[in-house]
Write a protein of this length. Sequence first.
Length: 440
Amino acid sequence: MRGRSFNKLNPPQLLILIFIFFALLGTLLLKLPISTTDSITLVDSLFTATSAMTVTGLIVVDTGTAFTLFGQIIILLLIQVGGIGIMTFAVLIFIMLGKKIGFQERLVLQHALNQSTVGGIVLLVKRIVTFAFIIEGIAVVLLSYRWIPEYGWMEGFYYSVFHAISSFNNAGFSIWSDSLMQYVGDPVVNIVISFLFIIGGIGFTVLTDLWYTKKFRKLNLHTKMMLFGTLAINMLAMFVLFVLEYSNPNTLANLSLVEKLWASYFQAVTTRTAGFNSIDIGSMETGSIIWMLLLMFIGAGSTSTGGGIKLTTFIIIILAVNTFIKGKQEIVVFKRSIHQKYVLKALAISTISILFIFVSLFILSITEQTELIVLLFEVISAFGTVGLSMGITPELTDIGKGVIIFIMLLGKLGPLTLAYSLAKPRQAKVRYPNEDLLTG
């Protein structure tokens, strides 16, 4: 009876239930006395587990001091499972046990990895796990080279493992209370950590395409858009933050020119989904905060460890607007046209996201006694699974924490997953005549 009821669930519904189950399991594990140095509330435990599972990085208690080694390892496992994907690990276990992957599991994987078809989905899972562990392993070695001389073998290696996994999965959790502010001008830390979350945020399909395709012209359209889009938005973001924060005494003003460049670069690339910070977010200029809101809303790439509406979604909307203004009939990029269904999907994702952000902000404006821009920053950071905060997270009421928990889940699973779980999409069997409508 129970098996039948699960079979009636569509893939988005099943994916949401599995995700909630693991978040609750993580909550119970983090609530154990062995997990914390001092007892924390059930709400704080749920918030931390959800933040780890959604690879967000928002914290209500300090990770390095509030949790024991056991608790930190639980958080790390939740980050790894949440970042690479619950279904990815489930399929990996099935493969190791010699079990057959059924069509239902492939459908759930298709939704979890945001693929257009189920074809080659198991092969993609194998590649995702392989890429993840190889990249994280290399990063651990490089970070150990930096931190073992500073902290000793045991602590240095553990810090390297923790931050490598947290970075690659775009989680933003750090052992240190000030995140990476103490390494604001450190080349090794800046390069390795940023490389990890850029690679993790660019998307596994892009990594696979780059690995197996030798010539640029043979890369698929998604890969080309992600590569050019990531490069362009990162360079622009760095330039804007460098200019806006250059004379700010609380962020860049007191740093050397080299440190200013490192800080501007790091904060520009981390904002789209990673959640680490090398300067004080709460002390940044209002213009910088507004700029970061846009970056967090855009987020990372599809089939990545990051959140947001996704970079390709944003690019498609910009291209659609440009096409309409120029009076053209179809969207063309890299000598390829984009089908109208992807424009509609991009609009649906963006619209649903904005609606949920607005509702969440409305609720928080009632329950929390804080400036509106601070609340908006918190909500969009949660939606983009970024994890940056202007310092309000620990001060949220239980209702406020509940709102942020929901938004983190929405940002990780995707607004369309939630929409599909409530209303199953179906093709219309009747077509109606067109009629003109006044807009604008």
